[in-house]
Design a protein around this ligand. Structure first.
Ligand SMILES: [Mg+2]
Length: 332
C-alpha cells in the first residue's frame, strides 16, 4: 500500500502573505526556509507519494483571476520540480469558506480516490500550517504535521469541539525536524485488523530497542511474540481480542496475519534490507526459519512434538501425544 504526504502550499511550501493571503504575483512568492533541502531529501530518500492539496479562495473570480494565479503557481511547482520534488497530483479547491463545499479543506471531496484500498492512510500525513490541515488529516484517517505559525488561521472552518490532539503527530515550523520525524517514523506503523473472530491492534517500530507490550490472552504466545521484539530490537505492541471461548486458533492465525501485514507496511519498499540473513543455533535446540520478504510465501512443516502444546491448555489436551506431520502449504 502506498503512503502519501498530502502537502499544503501556502504557509508550508511558500510563506503566507497577509493581509490577503492571496499569491497572485511572482513578488509574493517567498519559499519556506529549508523546504528545498529537506522536502528534497524526503522525496529522494523516503517512500511517500507527494500530493499537493490547496485551498485557493475564489480562484477564477474577479477577486482572484486565473491569469494572476497560474504564473506564480507554475513558478512554484517548476522550482520544486527542479529540486527533485515532484507532486504526482495537485488538488486545488477554488471555493470560498462561505460556500461550505465538501471539496474545500478540511473536506475530503477532492480526495476520494485515496480511499480505494491502495493507500495506507493511517500511516500517511497531511503537512500544513492551518488547523484545517490538521482537521483534514483527521477526516482522511491520517496524521498531521502542523507548521503552527498562527493557530487562529482556519480555526473558524474547523468548528468548536473538534478534538485534534491525537491527530497531530508533530508540531514544528522547521522542515529539518519534519524530515527527521518522517525518516524515523517511516519504519513505524500502527495497524488494526478486525474480523468476526478477532480484533487486533499492532504498533511496530523496526528501529526500536526491543520493548514489547503483548496481550493476546494466550500466555505462551505472548512469550513467543516477545522474543521477536527482544531479539529483533523491535518495539512492538500487540493487543488481540479473539474468540478464545472456541479455542486459540483464530487468535494465533489472525495475529500472525496482522503482524505480517504490519511488517510489510513498515518495510515499505524494503530500502536498506540485505538480501540474506543468518541463523544462530542455540545451545539446546536448533530451529530454523528462513523468511522470504520477497512475497514468495511458502511453509514446509516437518516437526516432531512429544506433547500437544506448551503452555496452558484452554481445552482438555494430552501431555503424551506426539505428532509428526510434514505439511507443505502455500497460504492464499
Ligand atoms: Mg496553508
Amino acid at each position: 500500500m502506498k503512503r502519501v504526504l498530502f502537502i499544503d502550499r501556502d504557509g508550508t511550501m511558500i510563506l503566507e502573505q497577509p493581509p490577503t493571503y492571496q499569491i497572485d504575483s511572482l513578488e509574493k512568492v517567498v519559499f519556506y526556509p529549508k523546504v528545498f533541502k529537506y522536502l528534497g531529501k524526503i522525496a529522494a530518500e523516503l517512500d511517500y507519494e507527494l500530493v499537493l492539496v490547496s485551498n485557493q479562495d475564489g480562484l477564477g473570480t474577479n477577486s482572484f483571476p486565473e491569469d494572476t494565479f497560474h504564473p506564480a503557481h507554475n513558478h512554484i511547482i517548476n522550482t520544486f520540480a527542479g529540486e527533485g520534488i515532484v507532486f504526482v497530483r495537485e488538488h486545488i479547491d477554488r471555493s470560498l469558506p462561505a460556500d461550505n463545499l465538501p471539496t474545500r479543506k478540511p473536506g475530503i471531496g477532492m480526495l476520494q480516490q485515496y480511499f480505494n484500498g491502495d493507500y495506507d492512510l493511517a500511516n500517511s500525513y497531511v503537512i500544513g500550517d492551518r488547523i484545517t490541515d490538521v482537521k483534514l488529516a483527521q477526516n482522511l484517517g491520517a496524521k498531521a504535521i502542523w507548521l503552527n505559525q498562527d493557530p487562529t488561521l482556519g480555526a473558524a472552518e474547523v468548528g468548536a469541539g473538534s478534538d485534534l490532539k491525537n491527530v497531530v503527530a508533530l508540531e514544528s515550523t522547521d522542515w529539518a525536524k519534519i524530515y527527521e520525524f518522517l525518516k524515523i517514523g517511516l519504519r513505524t506503523v500502527s495497524h488494526d485488523r478486525t474480523t468476526k473472530e478477532t480484533d487486533i491492534h499492532i504498533e511496530l517500530n523496526l528501529d526500536g530497542t526491543g520493548k514489547a507490550d503483548i496481550q493476546t490472552g494466550l500466555g505462551f504466545f505472548d512469550h513467543m511474540l516477545d522474543q521477536i521484539a527482544r531479539h529483533g530490537s523491535i518495539d512492538m505492541v500487540v493487543r488481540a481480542k479473539g474468540d478464545l471461548h472456541i479455542d486459540e486458533h483464530h487468535t494465533i492465525e489472525d495475529t500472525g496475519l496482522a503482524l505480517g501485514e504490519a511488517f510489510a507496511m513498515a518495510l515499505a519498499d524494503k530500502k536498506g534490507m540485505e538480501r540474506y540473513g543468518f541463523c544462530l543455533p542455540m545451545d539446546d535446540c536448533l530451529a530454523q526459519a528462513a523468511i522470504d520478504f520477497g512475497g514468495r510465501n511458502w511453509i514446509v512443516w516437518d516437526a516432531e512434538f512429544k506433547r500437544e502444546k506448551i503452555g496452558r491448555c484452554l481445552r482438555r489436551c494430552s501431555s503424551t501425544s506426539s505428532s509428526r506431520s510434514p505439511t507443505r502449504r502455500r497460504p492464499t
